[in-house]
Design a protein around this ligand. Structure first.
Ligand code: HEM
Length: 135
């Protein structure tokens, strides 16, 4: 059996989730109801646009586990927009973002298993660490 890299395993899982139209709406519904601090930040958001921005961003950051330039560049940009001078998202909310996203993928990806949990945790841990470090 072909052994996939963490990046490819992440990307394939993401695309399986993306086949389900409910994936991003489920994520934002759950993220918003997880904390009033989150909910208040998304009051004026156009979620149709936000859903597709988040999907593209996740595709771009998939290579973070290999320190790929595209992933690091995207994360620096997102860290800036989420940092103190712009959205000013507090670091503890990133852990909540990570946990919420994994909980939704676990329900939406039909191939979900322990190995995929590891892949998502490893990738999202690097993603959030870069966001926090560069803000
Ligand atoms: C590593 C985790 C995260 C990633 C990859 C991410 C990604 C993005 C992207 C791609 C956008 C659209 C472009 C931009 O404004 O930069 C965005 C917007 C936004 N994000 Fe995040 N985000 C993350 C975590 C969070 C967290 C923890 C919050 C907490 C509430 C948050 C709140 C927001 C808000 C309020 C917007 C603007 C929405 C609007 O346009 O109304 N994000 N995020």
């Amino acid at each position: 059996m072909e052994v996939l890299s963490t990046k490819d395993e992440f990307l394939q899982s993401l695309e399986r989730c993306g086949q389900n139209e409910g994936f991003m709406p489920m994520f934002y519904a759950r993220f918003n109801s997880s904390s009033d601090l989150v909910k208040e930040r998304f009051q004026k958001t156009n979620f149709e646009q936000q859903n597709s921005k988040m999907m593209s961003c996740l595709r771009m950051v998939a290579g973070v586990s290999n320190n790929e330039a595209e992933a690091l560049c995207e994360l620096r940009k997102r860290a800036q927009t989420h940092g103190p001078e712009h959205l000013n998202i507090s670091p503890e909310l990133f852990e909540l973002w990570h946990r919420t996203l994994v909980s939704v993928v676990a329900e939406v990806d039909p191939h979900w298993n322990e190995g995929l949990k590891k892949t998502w945790d490893t990738t999202l841990h690097s993603v959030t660490a870069h966001m926090i470090k560069n803000r």
